[in-house]
Design a protein. Structure first.
Length: 275
């Protein structure tokens, strides 16, 4: 059956729906708790996960590199869960991270802003005015996260296959719609096909983590693609030592059979300093 991704607005009731779908289908729910459970196996502390998970960057160089690497490790966790199959990816840009895989049902859970504020205030025993601030900030934070890392409007309905308004539909109806949705013939894809795509995405993610974690490479204009164990590095780096280092990291990544180097070296920083 299809992989399910669930994007949600805070206070829309997404988490109980996700739990009920997981229980009904026998799926593994990959949410914040699931990520925390395995974080240490990937070298991630709980504090770093909390600081990074679903948050846009800080734009402070030292912190930015650390958090960027942590984000990619969280994405690696999600991809490796997805490779096992029968999973629900809750938040974390799952619908964008798994782009290119046909057998993914991309669900969006939403409700009007004031309804969400009221629910959140009741759930957390908060003053409604304070709940309104939290819900608005959470919306902005998650929208910023998707825009920065995936360059997509979080609220664009075309990014999802099924949008559910929980002001209008009950949890039971939402669960039924999702469970029926994964049976759609348009989501049919052989396990071998989607596992191949996921294996390439995982390999690419491991290379990205290695290069970002290196600390001596500025990878923001570097592009990495992987297919059948062949990694192609293109885009731009600032120096030949950076290029050689990036290629060496890719070659040393387990699972990479060959590296194709198409990187352009543009040392514009030195040129700028000379002028």
């Amino acid at each position: 059956m299809a992989i399910i991704t669930i994007s949600r607005h805070m206070g829309s009731g997404g988490i109980p729906i996700a739990h009920k779908v997981a229980e009904k289908l026998g799926y593994t729910l990959v949410d914040g708790d699931a990520i925390m459970e395995v974080a240490e196996q990937y070298g991630l502390s709980r504090d770093l996960v909390e600081q990074t998970d679903e948050k846009p960057p800080h734009f402070v160089d030292r912190l930015d590199v650390k958090h960027e690497a942590a984000l990619h490790l969280i994405e690696l966790i999600i991809l490796e869960y997805a490779l096992k199959g029968n999973v629900i990816i809750y938040g974390r840009g799952g619908q964008d991270l798994l782009e290119g895989i046909k057998s993914v049902l991309r669900v969006r859970i939403t409700a009007p802003f004031e309804d969400r504020v009221e629910r959140w205030a009741e759930r957390e025993w908060l003053d409604p005015d304070y709940a309104r601030i939290l819900v608005r900030k959470n919306d902005q934070q998650r929208a910023g996260f998707i825009k920065y890392y995936f360059d997509r409007d979080w609220n664009d309905p075309l990014g999802y296959d099924l949008v559910i308004n929980t002001q209008r539909l009950s949890e039971e109806s939402a669960v039924r719609l999702i469970c029926d949705g994964i049976k759609d013939r348009n989501l049919t894809e052989s396990k071998a096909e989607y596992k191949k795509v996921l294996a390439d995405l995982i390999l690419r993610k491991r290379i990205e983590i290695g290069i970002i974690s290196d600390g001596d490479i500025e990878p923001y204009l570097l592009e990495i693609t992987v297919g059948n164990g062949v990694a192609t590095l293109s885009g731009q780096l600032h120096s030949d030592p950076e290029r050689k280092r990036a290629v060496a990291i890719a070659e040393a990544t387990a699972g990479v059979d060959k590296v194709i180097d198409k990187i352009q070296v543009l040392n514009y920083r030195s040129t700028h300093q000379e002028h």
